[in-house]
Design a binder for this molecule. Structure first.
Ligand code: NAD
Length: 441
């Protein structure tokens, strides 16, 4: 058993803390947000992740898991302190490291025994060298503190599963002591561990995320070309997927990647390269394609319709992907303002993301347009002139072509996730536009 403190209870920190407790470690999760801490203490998860709340309750009752805002008491006698605070994008594309710096300072002022600080947050290559130096510069007590890199690869929506069954654990250390401590922490997970130096670990995170972003943008680029030359992207990706060198995952075309990681990690790596006088052309291309792709449905609809003013527009799905309540960099956030600007009356449905979205776009008038949130898909579709699909939630996938035909005033559907069959939509009399496939118009 290792005494672990975790700084930050977001998607990464909370899930890591809960899973460490689940395998038998003694864990204290720290957050500056008192509200969040109180919510967690009452057994409720502040984020929507399958299976998380059950594990929180189980390990809290077992006395292996605690939550606090009192970082001093949590860090004072920890064997290892994991940092999972945010590293958001700054206007120039670089990562904002101020949250990491604050935690580093708090650690330096609190630790009373030797401890390993493990950075889970995604940070630019070389950051952990600086974090180590920073902590040592501010240490109040005469103790040994080392910093290790342990980047996180979980995907939101399946975060608990991804943590307990990760493909690999990357540990980046500069000493045997640090390496052995991390081995001990991860031993009960029985997962493959790749042990490298700190800078390589930091780079593995960016290189992996940006490779996936590249794969998505590549498929979207090919999808756009498919439309122009009369090929079908789904057939193309199926054909590609049998090639083991390519792999079968991340071959779906759509309206681009969103979320808190791919957009910022592509820009951050491009920025790091630039700082070193190197142009990372491939990653830059992935960023450019994605920016265009996010607006592609809106552009298609604008070509097809004289105006959106006064039209009832059904918007299905607001979150950046299904299984999460996270809206960061979601395609909806790009498209809804455009639709409102054009005077659309939006009826938006999302099974978990509507509340968060309403904080940004409260229900009611917005300029010439308006937005209303509905609890049932039918209410969004009823009498609608046009429908946009931004997130492939199960309940959205379950809509039959006949429902669009029956409920909508004009069955005109723009699908950013290619969830319906072109042939079936056509057969039902729905005008259906998707990505990289043959249109029915
Ligand atoms: P998040 O924004 O959801 O959570 C960060 C939490 O840290 C917040 O609850 C905030 O209140 C807390 N915090 C801020 N300052 C603090 C302090 N001084 N002490 C304690 N808590 C503090 O962030 P996230 O999505 O979990 O991402 C965290 C990091 O992990 C980022 O670097 C991100 O790039 C990386 N990452 C995220 C994912 C993902 O899917 N979200 C996956 C892999 C890696």
């Amino acid at each position: 058993m290792v005494r672990i403190a975790v700084a930050g209870t977001g998607y990464v920190g909370l899930v890591a803390g809960v899973c460490f407790a689940e395998v038998g470690h003694q864990v204290t999760c720290v957050d500056i947000d008192e509200n969040k801490v109180n919510v967690m203490r009452s057994g409720v998860s502040p984020i929507f992740e399958a299976g998380l709340e059950e594990l929180m309750q189980k390990n809290y009752s077992a006395g292996r898991l605690n939550y606090t805002t009192d970082y001093q008491s949590a860090y004072r006698d920890a064997d290892a302190i994991f940092i999972g605070v945010g590293t958001p994008e700054q206007p120039d594309g670089s990562a904002n490291l101020s949250y990491i710096a604050t935690v580093a300072r708090q650690i330096a002022e609190s630790v009373e025994k030797d401890c390993l600080v493990v950075v889970k947050s995604t940070v630019p290559v070389g950051t952990n060298d600086k974090v180590e130096q920073f902590i040592r510069d501010f240490l109040v007590n005469d103790v040994r503190v080392e910093v290790a890199s342990n980047p996180e690869f979980l995907a939101q929506g399946s975060a608990v599963h991804d943590t307990l069954h990760a493909d690999r654990i990357i540990i980046g250390t500069e000493s045997k002591w640090a390496q052995e401590m991390l081995m001990q922490i991860y031993e009960p997970f029985h997962l493959p561990i790749v042990s490298v130096n700190r800078r390589s670990a930091e780079m593995i995170k960016y290189a992996s995320n940006d490779f996936l972003a590249l794969k998505i943008s590549y498929m979207n680029d090919i999808a756009n070309l498919c439309e122009l030359v009369g090929a079908d992207i789904q057939d193309v990706s199926r054909g590609m997927s049998f090639d083991e060198r390519i792999g079968s995952k991340f071959l779906n075309a759509g309206i681009g990647y969103g979320g808190s990681c791919f957009p910022k990690d592509t820009k951050a790596l491009e920025y790091i390269a630039k700082q070193h006088g190197y142009e990372l052309k491939t990653v830059k291309a992935a960023i450019d394609v994605n920016e265009e792709q996010k607006k592609i449905l809106y552009k298609k609809a604008s070509k097809r319709l004289i105006t959106l003013h006064g039209l009832k527009v059904a918007v299905l799905g607001l979150t950046f992907k299904p299984g999460t309540d996270d809206l960061r960099e979601a395609a909806s956030l790009e498209n809804v303002p455009l639709l409102l600007e054009q005077g659309a009356d939006i009826y938006a449905y999302d099974p978990v993301g509507a509340e968060n979205f309403a904080r940004i776009y409260p229900e009611g008038k917005h300029g010439r347009g308006s937005i209303t949130y509905v609890d049932h898909i039918e209410h969004a579709l009823d009498g609608a002139n046009v429908c946009f699909i931004f997130t492939e939630w199960g309940e959205v996938k379950a809509i039959t072509p006949e429902m669009y035909k029956k409920l909508m005033r004009t069955p005109l559907v723009y699908d950013g996730r290619n969830i319906h069959s072109v042939a079936q939509m056509q057969e039902a009399g729905v005008e259906y536009h998707s990505i990289g496939r043959k249109h029915t118009s």
